[in-house]
Structure formats: C-alpha cells, structure tokens
Design a protein around this ligand. Structure first.
Ligand code: ATP
Length: 195
C-alpha cells in the first residue's frame, strides 16, 4: 500500500501549484476541495443530511446542488459552515480511503487539503508537507487570483491555523516566497520514494 502524504498550506501559499508539480512527477494527487465539491453533488449521504439540516432548497428540482443558496446560508454564519463541514468531511475521508486503495504500485500518494491541521486529519498521514510563504506575499497573490480585497483575504487568513504551528507539525516544508520550488519538490520526492 502506498504511503499517504498530506499536503497543506495557508491560503495563497501555493499548495495547488506544488500539487500540480507532484502530479507531473507521476504522483497520484487527491484534491480534497475539488472532490468535496463533486461529492456534494453525487454522494447520497451528504445530500440527505444537507436536506435534513438546511431544507429541500439546497438542491434544485433536477437534483443539482444549489450552490448559491448554500453559500447564502453559510455566509457570515460560522455555525452553519461547521454543520456543512461535519456532513461533508467524513464522506471525503471515506472517499479518499477508497481512492487510496485503487492507486496500485506507487511509493506514495498525496492528499491536498487546506485544513489538515484545523481538523485533526493530519494524524492520519504517514508524512506531512506544508507549503508556506510570507503573509504579505500570500495576500498579494490571493487578491490577484480571486480579484478580492485585502480585507477579505485577511479575514480568511485569520481563521486558519498559524504558519508556525503548521511548520512545527510537518515533516517537510516548502518555502514559496522567491525560492525555487522545483528543487525542493524533487528533493522531497526522492526522499518519499525511498522510505
Ligand atoms: P488556496 O488555499 O487559497 O487555494 P493555494 O495554497 O492553493 O491557495 P495557489 O492557488 O497554488 O495557492 O497559489 C495562489 C496564487 O499564487 C495562484 O494564483 C498562483 O498561481 C500564485 N503563485 C503560487 N506560487 C507562486 C510563485 N512562486 N510565484 C508567483 N505566483 C505564485
């Protein structure tokens, strides 16, 4: 069975970019955010629980997830957001476990998730990689990427586990300020491939 490696990092750190490079090296990468979005559409347990908690209107008559409606419900309501997470996260965990079993003969696979340390999920991995960059650089990147204000980035950042905590709990750290990330990624890849 391949080793299970967690890849995380704060908003704008560059996790997705790093994940793409691992993918190019042939490493199977599970992108939690994207998979969660798909499961909210396809997973019957999630569907039934969301309807039970938030009402029929979170899915359209044709069965599509009503994202705007759900976004409305959780906007500025941390309790509602927590409820959604409590419904979705366990199913993502199960889906990842099933996916992991299908990956065949590779030394390791990666699960990318922004919230490994927020959820206690990090304890389930064989090794953890954290991508980090200075706050100011991350703010600028996210403002550019999401066309959003500094304030909204700061708000999202303030809800995340601190960089230092993430670094302390990680086995590998990738620095993504102005450093070259490819040599860092190749070095980690070589180490993980011969564990
Ligand atoms: P989030 O948690 O918000 O999804 P993330 O950690 O996945 O963020 P990315 O989307 O990978 O971050 O990167 C954030 C933005 O910064 C992207 O637009 C990306 O192209 C850009 N970026 C990442 N790394 C660098 C870099 N080294 N130099 C310049 N731009 C970068």
């Amino acid at each position: 069975k391949p080793l299970s490696i967690g890849l995380t990092g704060g908003i704008g750190s560059g996790k997705s970019v790093v994940a793409d490079f691992f993918s190019l090296l042939g490493v199977p990468v599970y992108t939690s955010d994207a998979e969660a979005k798909k499961l909210m559409q396809t997973d019957i347990t999630i569907r039934e629980s969301l309807i039970e908690v938030f009402g029929d209107s979170v899915y359209s008559e044709s069965g599509e997830l009503n994202r705007a409606e759900l976004a409305n419900i959780i906007f500025n309501d941390d309790e509602a957001l927590k409820k959604v997470n409590t419904i979705v996260h366990p199913q993502v965990r199960l889906h990842y476990q099933a996916w992991l079993k299908e990956q065949g003969q590779v030394p390791y696979v990666i699960q990318e998730s922004a919230i490994l340390f927020d959820t206690g999920l990090y304890k389930n991995f064989d090794r953890i990689i954290t991508v980090t960059a200075d706050p100011e650089i991350r703010i600028q990147r996210v403002m550019l990427r999401d066309k959003c204000t500094r304030q909204s980035v700061l708000e999202r950042m303030s809800k995340q586990v601190s960089e230092q905590t993430k670094i302390d709990l990680s086995d590998f750290v990738i620095y993504n300020n102005s450093e070259l990330i490819i040599p860092q990624i190749i070095s980690i890849h070589e180490q993980l491939s011969c564990l």
